[in-house]
Ligand binder design. Structure first.
Ligand SMILES: N[C@@H](CCC(=O)N[C@@H](CS)C(=O)NCC(=O)O)C(=O)O
Length: 184
């Protein structure tokens, strides 16, 4: 079975989905979505990215759904653990990333929300490398691409530099093959 991710390599949610596949050892190709074409709606009814397509005919959109699929299909460290406490914590952080962090941190929609979000993450990562448990989960995979995106510009890098736990976490990921392989 071959796997394709429809998405732009610069898209943070595409990177999240791709990192989940790589963490679970699922090889995949990347294809740019056909913006403005019916083909885009075929793979993603809301015309966003990422979307996953397999040679078996499976289509999935939303990075969380793709990450959950990767977790179920692949091998290695679980990204969405079964234990209720850990599973609910992963989903809690993923949902927060979607609802409270993505727009301010990636699109700069709201400075106060951005700073509050970065502070919340810095506090959550203080004394630990992963948000849940002792290895990477979908929670980290949702957030780390946003931090990396934010650090691309000087002001963003300075904001992260002021938050030591975020600097440390990003540094850890800079040595992780799934992060390195998905850098755009
Ligand atoms: N909740 C969605 C978010 C998808 C999303 O907003 N993707 C962005 C790229 S990171 C996108 O498609 N942007 C293009 C656009 O809005 O036209 C997910 O987790 O997949």
């Amino acid at each position: 079975m071959s796997v394709t991710i429809h998405g732009h390599p610069m898209s943070t949610w595409t990177r999240t989905a791709r990192m989940a596949l790589l963490e679970r050892g699922v090889d995949h190709a990347v294809q740019m979505p056909a913006f403005g074409q019916p083909e885009h709606a075929r793979v993603h009814p809301f015309r966003k990215m990422p979307a996953l397509e397999t040679s078996d005919g499976l289509l999935r959109f939303e990075s969380l759904a793709i990450g959950a699929w990767a977790d179920a299909m692949g091998a290695g460290v679980r990204l969405l653990p079964d234990a209720p406490e850990a599973r609910s914590a992963v989903l809690q952080w993923y949902s927060a990333a979607v609802d409270y962090l993505y727009r301010p941190v990636v699109h700069g929609s709201d400075d106060a929300a951005r700073d509050a979000g970065l502070d919340a993450l810095d506090a959550a990562y203080t004394g630990r490398t992963f948000l849940v448990g002792d290895g990477p989960t979908l929670a980290d995979l949702a957030i780390v691409p946003m931090l990396a995106w934010h650090a691309r510009e000087q002001e963003g890098a300075a904001r992260l530099a002021a938050r030591p736990a975020l600097v440390r976490v990003l540094r850890w990921w800079q040595g992780r093959p799934s992060f390195v392989a998905t850098a755009a």
